[in-house]
Design a protein around this ligand. Structure first.
Ligand code: G3P
Ligand code: MG
Length: 415
């Protein structure tokens, strides 16, 4: 399984935590009651001020919220850290809305000011894939066509969804016809027809980007399979190379088919229901099952060639660490390189051993920073069971995680 390598800068969006930001002003009173904006945020930069050489990366679902409900001590944990100028970022495998929108929601839910630069979600790195910005991409997953809107805000000019294809060609997947009215509400005309008789003018997909948890596994599986078995990504065609044993991967995905990106590997995640729910990783497993049934799978030396991003993968942590270092410099008021003692340790606080803990444990920081994973019991992980990946510490909830970490760091201002 190939993990995506490169990550690049993503534009800053919502709240900049700056003096003029009305959003931040409105939240100021709750941080130590002193609404002195940027000066408040910038630690007293005089040499005597203590500069924390540690920071936090917080998972969201199962740590700070359960679906839309904030977890009890999430506000207390984050506002304590802000009062101590201890930097933190959010690192979630969730998504489905633009960063600025999610920051707005999370900030209101947790009643803590959040800058968009502190927020990394599963598809944030998609904003950097300039090579596809002016090509035709198929965006999969999320509510209605929210992910198309996110992709367009990232700069993608031609975005197609499976819903657009179904609306234009209902026979492409007869089992979602009962949902057609729903799709019509947010689908768009296709940039080109599906016309196998005229491949050069037929709809061609240049990349498939699974932005968020798919809502219609049947339709999305059908359409992705059609693209991957096509010739050159031209919908409605079939590659003559499929099943050719003289070719690698038994000829599958050897005929200019588009790359397939998944933004989040999570099989399970902690939603409102008391038991974990299937996530994007569940959809991927189902798709791989269909692919194996169609191609013969491993028995025929065939795999589903794809790029899977998100936690626990190294590039996602590199991306988040870059954001954390920039944010730390921002809030500790040290603009220039080197003026700030390097970050010694980052506490990765998560509820999912497979993504948060495995990611925190296996991340190798190019800055030599130690990433220490802390597992909470408010999400996927069930108290008393043995986690698949052993964290540095298991605690009850996010407040316990912060309390334990600052004690480890001998940071005096008791939480
Ligand atoms: O779809 C979201 C889910 O997979 C997990 O999100 O915040 O726990 O990484 P999070
Ligand atoms: Mg989680």
């Amino acid at each position: 399984m190939a993990a995506l390598a490169s990550t690049r800068r993503v534009p800053r969006l919502a709240c900049c935590l700056s003096a003029s930001c009305s959003r931040y002003q409105s939240l100021q009173p709750r941080i130590r009651g002193q609404p002195q904006t940027r000066r408040l945020l910038q630690i007293d930069a005089s040499p005597r001020a203590r500069v924390p050489e540690f920071a936090f990366a917080f998972d969201i679902d199962g740590v700070l919220v359960r679906s839309s409900d904030p977890l009890p001590r999430a506000h207390k944990a984050l506002s304590y850290l802000q009062s101590q100028r201890i930097p933190f970022v959010f690192l979630t495998n969730g998504g489905g809305k633009h960063e600025s929108e999610r920051v707005e929601e999370l900030s209101a839910k947790l009643d803590v000011p959040i800058a968009t630069s502190m927020f990394v979600q599963s598809h944030t790195p998609f904003a950097d894939m300039d090579e596809f910005k002016h090509k035709t991409v198929m965006v999969v997953g999320g509510d209605a066509d929210k992910c198309r809107v996110v992709a367009e805000r990232y700069g993608y000019t031609t975005v197609v969804t499976p819903g657009d294809i179904l609306t234009a060609y209902p026979t492409v997947w007869p089992f979602s016809n009962h949902l057609l009215q729903n799709y019509v509400a947010f689908s768009r005309p296709l940039p080109a027809p599906i016309d196998p008789a005229s491949p050069s003018t037929s709809l061609k997909i240049d990349a498939v980007l699974v932005f968020n948890d798919p809502r219609d596994w049947g339709l999305d599986t059908q359409i992705i399979k059609d693209v991957l078995l096509s010739r050159n990504g031209i919908l409605g065609t079939l590659s003559p190379k499929n099943g050719d044993p003289s070719l690698p991967n038994n000829g599958y995905q050897q005929d200019g088919q588009p790359p397939l990106y998944f933004s989040n590997p999570d099989l399970l995640w902690a939603a409102k229901y008391h038991l974990p729910r299937l996530g994007q990783g569940g959809f991927r497993a189902a798709l791989e099952g269909v692919w194996t049934a169609l191609t013969g799978g491993a028995k025929q030396n065939v795999e589903l060639q794809k790029i899977v991003m998100g936690k626990p993968h190294q590039p996602t942590y590199e991306f988040a660490e870059k954001r954390l270092i920039a944010h730390r410099r921002e809030i500790l008021g040290q603009r220039q390189e080197g003026a700030l003692a390097p970050l010694k340790r980052v506490y990765m606080v998560g509820d999912n051993p497979e993504s948060d803990i495995l990611g925190g444990n296996s991340y190798r920081s190019p800055h030599g920073t130690d990433w220490a994973s802390i597992l909470v019991q408010t999400g996927v992980y069930v108290e008393g069971t043995t986690p698949a990946h052993v964290p540095r510490k298991i605690v009850g909830d996010v407040w316990d995680a912060v309390s334990w970490a600052v004690a480890q760091e001998k940071w005096s201002a008791n939480p």
